[in-house]
Design a protein around this ligand. Sequence first.
Ligand code: GAL
Length: 663
Amino acid sequence: MALQLGVCDYPEQISEQEWLTFPKRMKALGLKFVRVAEFAWSKLEPQPGKYAFEWLDRVVDALYSEGLQVLLCTPTATPPAWLIRAHPEILPLDKEGRVRGFGSRRHYDYSSDVYWQESARIVEVMAKRYGTHPGVVGWQTDNEHGCHDTTRSYSPAALEKFQMWLEKRYLEVETLNEAWGNAFWSQEYGSFQEIGLPNLTVTDPNPSHVLDFYRFSSDQLIGYDKMQTEILREHSPGRFVTHNFMIFFSDFDHFKAAEHLDFVSWDNYPTGMLETSNAIDTVKTDYARTGHPDMIALNHDVYRGLKNGEGFWVMEEQCGQVNWASHNPLPADGAVKLWTLQAMAHGADAVTYFRWQAARGAQELMHSGLLRHDGTPDRGSLEVQKFALQIEFLSDAPISNKVVMLHDYESLWAYDVQKHSATSSYWGQMMLFYGVLRQLGLDVDIRHPDADLSGYSLIVAPALTMLGESTAANLDRAVQNGAYLLLGARTGFRKPTGGVWESRAPGPLAELAGVRVQNFDALRPGLTSRIEAFDQKFETHTWNESLELIADDVKVLGKYFDDPLYSQIALTERNVGAGAVMYAGFWSERLLEKSLEHVFARVGIPTLNLEKGLRYSRRGGLVYAQNWSKGGIPLDLPEDTEFLLGSSLLAPHGVSIYREPKT
Ligand code: GAL
């Protein structure tokens, strides 16, 4: 399938007469498909059981006759007012026990039986009506599951289902008491019915209780999405089903959520992502008009990894200003092209702009579209027009790299529930490693730690804080077979129950690494320490771990240089089987960079040292050199380099694409 561009559109929000002028213009812009019907429930079923599909019939027909493919959405992210009036129990409850009311979106509870039934009904009606229309190529379920903090509801329905879920998982309540460590603070339960939701407690609830509630909420959400997918599959044979995940969303297990989908999509809003992140102010200002290249790239790689490297879509791509961050600057000239090509370089098969025309009313009227409110082309559209035809010549080959980073939602939950250092976080620690890898010019795959890891030269496990025996065995196998494994701070600290490994971190990997964590040190902002390694001193911040050797063939590569860890071991390497393991339990960009240079020299992968703003991504034998800075960057390339786009002088915010020079 050639790479394609599309757009999200909301025909129900303007007059039909005006809308009918759009399909031709979409086609003329070079777009191939249009996503419609998202959030349109009140227009499709204005009263209970009284359907009004005729307008959508005309939309689908008009797009089809223009030669555009139609991607339909189920409208379940927005239950209409009449449904909420009839069944207020659909509304979710927040952590403070307050009802989250009607008047925006996502006001539903994944544990509400009524909502499952009502969703199944509207999905089936739509699937039957449009499922075999020749213009309809696929479906998107709902919209951004979990958005606005909606994965978890603290409702009576959630409580009832949570208790059932626990009973199924533990069978005996004594087993649960043991797993959660309930002897602490007299938290033991006599039956599953005594267990509440982990909110409204006097101080922090038991983290194992929280962890199981997170697992349960994730399962509820996935079950709901699967229910929709099955209905769509039954009535719409041969069409794909996908869901649009969102930037850094973390409240459900995306690997499991991807299993029942044909492919994964995600929504890329680079400037909003940076502004709402905890990046420092200077970074936010430097990249305010493009977003941060590595944050965006990490998301592409995460979503590509959910189905083991298969192609994915960007279902919503920013094409102007967003409206939801605290500051919403106008993107730089060239940013839309930069984002689109970066997505494709990272494995996207399609990029869909959000949205066609800026909304004239309601919550998002400050948000840009390709067209302005009056229908005239906005900056994004003028940019797309210039490059839409060029993307057809780019490679749609699947991506596979030599370096893999491991990612796991259970570790994320366990990490962030007890950060111990407020400025640390699971994603922060992932970004620390990922940023260094990209700075060294490397492309990275992302996989679940239980995935098949054969074929990787370097496996980076930045933050696998929750680690079970079988996952550890998978990593052990990869090392014995020749991979180099790099472990970051907090690896193997917790068991899948949420409690700690009695044998101390890194738990089931201690023997392989030949080390055990001696002390950990949670640093506040401004408090730093130093490590002496590779004949230099490196500053660390946020988190330090010191190590004790438990095997005599472990090489010590670095030691702490300051109190309270002075002279304790900070960095180790051990050869095991055909591979090796490094333990690096600290936060230090510079020392990680140095350690990784050492690792790459060992595994024989060349590295670069890229200047600020320059990034490379590779797909199908093509190199996408990206300039994320405001100045031009000359590329040092052989004279006979074959360019598909751009030249060896990389324009500000520009992209040059060339065939990978033969080595
Ligand atoms: C997305 C969402 C869209 C729209 C957009 C605005 O997260 O899916 O419906 O709200 O944000 O940037």
